[in-house]
Design a protein around this ligand. Structure first.
Ligand SMILES: NC(=O)c1ccc[n+]([C@@H]2O[C@H](COP(=O)([O-])OP(=O)(O)OC[C@H]3O[C@@H](n4cnc5c(N)ncnc54)[C@H](O)[C@@H]3O)[C@@H](O)[C@H]2O)c1
Length: 258
C-alpha cells in the first residue's frame, strides 16, 4: 500500500512477507486456516489432492487481495511431498509456517476394522505430518525461524469407540509435536498442536440429529464449533504474541475436555 505521494505505508498485518503452507486447504478447517493466515498478510501454499478442489480457497484469498498458489499432492506419499516442497520453494523461496491439517476418518469398531482402514488413516493423518515436517523443518532450521502447527483432535486425548485408527493417529500427532518442539526449539522454531472438538465441516456433516443432541449435552459452551474458531487459534500461534509457546496442546472444543 502507498500514500498519494507514493510513500510506502508500513503494513499492520502480522504475517506480511511470510509464507504459510497449509495441507488439506480445500475445505473445512484447512480452508478457514488458509484464509485467516492470508488475512494476516501471509502468502499461502495451499495443498490438496486436486487443483479443482482448491479453487474456492484460492478465489477467496485472491478476492481479498491475498496471494495463494495451489500444490497438488497426497500427503501420505513421502517422495511426492518432498518434490512438492521443492516446488513451493521454487515459487516462494521460503516457508515460515507449516500447518499439518489434512486428515481423514475410516470409522469402525476394532473387531471389524480392516488393515486398509487402519493404514489410510495413519498414513494420512500421522505419516502425512512427518512427510511435510521433515523437509520443511530442514528449511526452517536453516532459516532459524518457523512455526509448525499440527491439527490433532480431542479424540486423540480421550479416545472414541469406533475410531481406534483415528484416535491413534491423533494421539500420535501429540507425541510427534512435543518431540519436534524439543528438537527444533534451539533454532527458534515452535511446534504446537491444536485439538479441535466437534467442528461443523464436511467431516462432521453426517452426524445424526440424535448424536448431535447427545454431543451438545457434553459441550459446556452448548454449540458445535465453527472452522473460524480453530483458524483464529492457528493465527494466534503464528503471531508474535505466541513466540514463547512451544510443545503445547491447545484444545478448541467448547470446554468438552477439561
Ligand atoms: N471437523 C471436526 O470436527 C474436526 C475435529 C477434530 C479434528 N479435526 C481435524 O481437522 C482436520 C481437518 O478436518 P475437516 O473437518 O476440515 O475435514 P474435511 O474432510 O472437511 O477436510 C479435510 C481436508 O484434508 C484433505 N485431505 C485428506 N486426505 C488428504 C491427502 N491424503 N492428501 C492431501 N490432502 C488430503 C481434503 O482434501 C480436505 O481438504 C483433519 O485433520 C481432522 O482430523 C476435525
Amino acid at each position: 500500500m502507498t500514500t498519494s505521494l507514493n510513500i510506502p505505508v508500513p503494513s499492520t498485518k502480522s504475517l506480511t512477507n511470510q509464507v504459510a503452507l497449509v495441507t488439506g486447504a480445500s475445505r473445512g478447517l484447512g480452508k478457514a486456516i488458509a484464509l485467516a493466515l492470508a488475512q494476516e498478510g501471509a502468502s499461502i501454499a495451499a495443498v490438496a489432492r486436486s487443483e479443482d478442489a482448491l479453487k474456492e480457497t484460492l478465489a477467496a484469498i485472491r478476492a481479498a487481495g491475498g496471494v495463494a498458489e495451489p500444490f497438488v499432492v497426497d500427503v501420505a506419499d513421502g517422495a511426492a511431498v518432498e518434490a512438492t516442497v521443492e516446488k513451493i520453494m521454487a515459487r516462494f523461496e521460503h516457508i515460515d509456517i507449516l500447518v499439518n491439517n489434512a486428515g481423514v476418518t475410516r470409522d469402525g469398531l476394532l473387531a471389524r476394522m480392516t488393515s486398509e482402514a487402519w493404514d489410510i488413516v495413519i498414513n494420512t493423518n500421522l505419516k502425512g505430518a512427518f512427510n511435510f515436517t521433515k523437509p520443511v523443518g530442514r528449511l526452517m532450521v536453516k532459516q532459524r525461524a518457523g512455526r509448525i502447527i499440527n491439527i490433532s483432535s480431542v479424540i486423540g486425548l480421550m479416545g472414541n469407540a469406533g475410531q481406534a485408527n483415528y484416535a491413534a493417529s491423533k494421539a500420535g500427532l501429540i507425541g510427534f509435536t512435543k518431540s519436534v518442539a524439543r528438537e527444533f526449539a534451539s533454532r527458534g522454531i515452535t511446534c504446537n498442536v491444536i485439538c479441535p472438538g466437534f467442528i461443523e465441516t464436511d467431516m462432521t456433516k453426517d452426524l445424526s440429529d440424535d448424536l448431535r443432541k447427545k454431543l451438545l449435552e457434553r459441550i459446556p459452551l452448548q454449540r458445535l464449533g465453527q472452522p473460524e474458531d480453530v483458524a483464529g487459534v492457528a493465527a494466534f500461534l503464528c503471531s508474535a504474541a505466541a513466540s514463547y509457546i512451544t510443545g503445547q496442546i491447545l484444545t478448541v472444543d467448547g470446554g468438552m475436555v477439561m
